[in-house]
Each structure stands twice: as C-alpha cells, then as structure tokens.
Ligand binder design. Structure first.
Ligand code: BGP
Length: 511
C-alpha cells in the first residue's frame, strides 16, 4: 500500500531532505577550544521592537550614529553593557551529539552547517591551523554520518575572523582573499572523503547591504551618516574580492578533492512589479540584475554585461589583479544554492541610476500575501517561480540552502508546541518545490532553515523560532537549554519517510 503511495512523489530517489544552520548561530563557546573572535561575536541583540521603539540604548555612551567600529570598541571595553547572543548560540559546541541524533530521528539525509573560520585559524591568517578546531569538526562530521546525514558545509557564514576585519577591513583587502583561500584549502585537505558538498560564502550578495556581517568590512562613517552604507565603488570592490576568493576556493576544492562538489549561496530576491506599468517592470529588471550579479559571476565565470552601465554612472572602477578574470572563469560552481524566504514588490525609482532598494524586507506590502510577525511575506508560489528562473538561467543542479518560518512559539514545559502555522508553511513550500521539479527543475535537496531553534541572524533573537526542535533559551540567554520536539518534528519526519509523497497534515503521529 505504502509502495503505491510513495510512487506519487515528484521527488527523486535519494533526495536530500534536511535542515540548515550556521556556526555563529548555534555553536556558542565563542572563546573555547582555541577559537579566535569573529565579527559575529560583535553583533548585539537588536529586536524589531528595539529598532522601532527604543531610543538606542548605547546613546548615553556613543553618538547616535555610531559606526560599527565605535560600537565594537565599546563592546570590548564594556561587554557587560551589551547582549551578544551569537557568543552563546544554543551551545551546539557541547550538545552536537544529542542535537544530531534528533535530526537523525527525523530522517535527515543532509545537515547544512558551517565551519567557524576562527576555530581553524583564530586570527584568520595564522601560520598553523588550530588542531582542536579541526578535530571538533571531524567529530561533528563523523556524528552526521553516524546519524545518516551528509554534511553540506559552508566555509564562511557571516563570521569573518575579527583580526582580518580590524587589521585589513575584511574582504576589502586582498590579504583576506589569500587567507580565505588557505583556510578553504586546509578544510578540503582535512575533510577529504568526509564532506562531499561545500559552499563558499553564505548569501554573498549581502556584502552590499551588510558588509560587516557578510565580509568583515568595518566602514568608516560614510557620507550619508549611516555607518552601514559606504560608496558603491567600495562595496563592489569588496564584492569583487569576495567573488575572486569564492572562485579560488572552487578551484582548490576541485584540485584537492575531485569527488567533492562545491556551490555558491545566493539570498534570492524574487521581485514582482507593483503595477502593470512598464516602468515598474523595468525596476524589477534592475533589482533582478543586482541580485543575479553574484550568482551570474559564480555560475557563468564572468561579469555580466548589465553591470557596466551602473558601474560607469556611479564611479565604480574595479581594481583587478592580472589573474582575476581567469580565476573567475575557472572557478565556476558545480551547483547553485539559494535561501528563499519571501518575495518583494517593486516600484519604479526613476532613471538614470536604477538604485537597488538595499532592503531585505519589502518596503511595499503585497496585498495578496500573508506575512509573518516579522513582516516577511509568505509566498510558496514565488518559490516555484524562483526555482524556474534559476534553472532557466544556469541549468545547474539546485540545493535549497534555506527556507523556513520564524515565529513566536508558545512552548509548554516539555518544549512542545502545536506549531501548525510552521507545518502549513512547510507543506505549502514543499508542494511548490514538487511542482518545480515536475516543471523539470533539477533540485537535489532541501534544507529547512533552523531545524532547531537558534539565534536569529538579523536580530540575534531566540524569540524568532524556526525549529522543529525547541531550545529552552530566551533572548537574554536565560533557560535550561533543554531540547523538545514540536508538532512539526513529527510532520517533517513523516514527510521525509514518504520522500515528499505524504504531505497531509491530518495523520501526524506524535510519539
Ligand atoms: C539568512 C541567513 C541565515 C538565517 C536566515 C533567517 O539571511 O543566511 O543565517 O538566519 O536568513 O534570518 P533571521 O535569522 O534574521 O530570521
């Protein structure tokens, strides 16, 4: 009976169902095991509420428009005044065995995680790697395999070593490119045979909106007075350096472990026009170009034609080393990965300079779509659309690096929650993923973002929960840390067991 039911699935045999995490959001133990500080250790709790309502709590000590540099200096001098949750994570550094066993219980075939660069090279560019850090990931990968999962590993997920940020302005410097190449090669050598799937940088396109987080760049106060916005010329130079670093890692990976595959990771921004006006559709085209730029270089090995005008009109002149264009050409990825959370609405902004919105949350509401508590639209059909767009563009296999739903969960004393909203989100997105596969898109795996509650990237909250597994910790780091199974745990388990054939929500067996 089951045999017949399972044949109904559009998902290929061996489809990699699983979940995705990042070192800086789960590991904690920021100063243990010889690890050096990373940029993520200097990112404070900054909830939506704080953003909207609260006068900045550091106002008394720092100017209102303090730069990242000034904030970091204050965090070092007065750590007691700051809530820095990424230093704590969810203590995965100590709990990985139990956590991975729970993922295994759900039937995960893949676990996307990242290596903390500063665990391997505490300063990012040390003469020798830190054996304790290397051994930690050996143990984690072994545990993944023991639980039936392939590790899919991001080399750098928003945690450039702080030394490289402070001394070299992160990827603004070629020194950091060289350091990254060495770090990547060290990982490929060490984990050859253990790791089949690698990614270079998480959401590489975020260099434009969040250069400190994404690229270890500590901007000086810019002309706008906003410390996060430098000039285009600077941003795209950093982007170039990082794209070269990514390509160099791809080349090294192919040299060192020809059996491994290596991909990119793009925060895919799928845009709709606000109206049927051609101008609005033109804005969609512009925004798309700003987004595709990164994956175009990584998948096609060259700068796309459409950036030339923007660069010319904005004084962007990329400084290149002789080998760069050749490196980009040789360093093309084997597969494409994206994060997909929501879609955006675009309104024409006027010629001649088509400025991208630079915002991760749509400024214009889509009246046709519901939103999460954090204002993220819920758009499963957009998922199918974006997958078709990607495949149409690159004809490369796709892995979904991130898709998930952050919500406020009411957890009981066992850490249980009847999170039907999360189940609905998952079901709807997997349905559309199935449709995309029926359309002919080659997708080989799906990583739910945050299979276990973890520290939010954008706001550093624990309150924004993504997990099928709960973690008893709050925004202040208070709680037992105990893990619990939510209703969605049992739903995803059933879904994986049937290889995506059984998406019904009315026969969930909760053990
Ligand atoms: C992506 C990041 C992840 C993750 C996710 C959800 O941008 O790659 O690290 O956290 O977004 O975002 P948030 O944690 O802000 O809800």
């Amino acid at each position: 009976m089951t045999e017949k039911k399972y044949k109904a699935t559009p998902f290929p045999d061996g489809f990699l169902w699983g979940g995705s995490t990042a070192a800086n959001q789960i590991e904690g133990a920021w100063n243990e095991g010889g690890r050096g500080p990373a940029t993520s250790d200097f990112v404070r709790l900054f909830t939506k509420k704080m953003r909207e309502e609260e006068p900045k709590e550091y106002d008394s000590r720092l100017p209102h428009n303090a730069s990242t540099k000034e904030m970091v200096a204050d965090m070092k001098e007065h750590p007691e005044n700051w809530n820095l949750p990424k230093r704590r994570g969810i203590d995965f550094y100590h709990t990985y065995k139990d956590d991975l066993a729970l993922m295994g219980e759900m039937g995960f075939k893949v676990f996307r995680m990242s290596i903390s660069w500063s665990r391997i090279f505490p300063n990012g560019d040390d003469a020798q790697p830190n054996e304790e850090g290397l051994a930690f990931y050996d143990a984690v990968f072994d545990e993944c395999h023991k639980n039936g999962m392939e590790p899919l590993v991001t080399l750098c997920h928003f945690d450039t070593p702080m030394h490289l940020a402070e001394e070299y302005d992160g990827f603004a410097s070629r020194h950091t490119v060289d350091a990254f190449e060495r770090y990547a090669a060290t990982c490929f050598e060490r984990y050859k045979g253990k790791v089949k799937y690698w990614l270079t940088f998480n959401e590489i396109n975020n260099v434009i909106t969040n250069p400190f987080t994404c690229s270890g760049v500590i901007f000086e106060q810019g002309e706008t007075g906003n410390p996060y916005y430098g000039k285009w010329a600077y941003k795209y130079q950093v982007a170039h350096n990082q794209l070269v670093a990514s390509a160099k890692a791809v080349i090294k990976c192919h040299e060192i472990d020809p059996d491994a595959k290596i991909g990119n990771m793009l925060c895919r921004l799928e845009n709709y026009a606000e109206s049927s006006k051609p101008e609005d559709q033109l804005q969609v085209l512009f925004e798309d170009h700003f987004n595709w730029f990164f994956s175009d270089v990584q998948a096609q090995g060259e700068y796309p034609y459409y950036m030339a005008r923007f660069f010319r009109e904005n004084g962007v002149e990329i400084e290149m080393e002789n080998e760069d264009l050749d490196v980009l050409k040789r360093g093309v990825i084997d597969f494409v990965t994206i994060s997909y959370y929501m879609t955006y609405i675009m309104r024409y902004k006027g010629e001649p300079v088509p400025k991208p919105s630079g915002s991760l949350v749509s400024q214009i509401k889509n009246p046709n779509l519901p939103m999460s508590d954090w204002g993220w639209t819920i758009d499963p059909i957009g998922f199918r659309i974006t997958l078709n767009h990607i495949y149409d563009r690159y004809h490369l296999p796709i892995f979904i690096s991130e898709n998930g739903y952050g919500a406020v969960d009411e957890l009981d004393e066992n850490g249980y929650c009847a999170d039907d909203y999360r189940i609905e989100y998952l079901k709807a997105h997997v349905e559309q993923l199935g449709e995309a596969i029926k359309d002919g898109v080659d997708v080989f795996g799906y990583g739910w973002w945050g299979p276990i509650d973890l520290v939010s990237s954008g706001t550093s909250e624990m309150t924004k929960r993504y997990g099928f597994i709960s973690v008893d910790l709050d925004d202040e780091g208070k709680g037992t840390g105990r893990r619990g199974k939510k209703k969605s745990f049992f739903y995803y388990k059933k879904l994986i067991e049937s290889n995506g054939a059984d998406l019904s929500t009315d026969n969930i067996v909760e053990e």
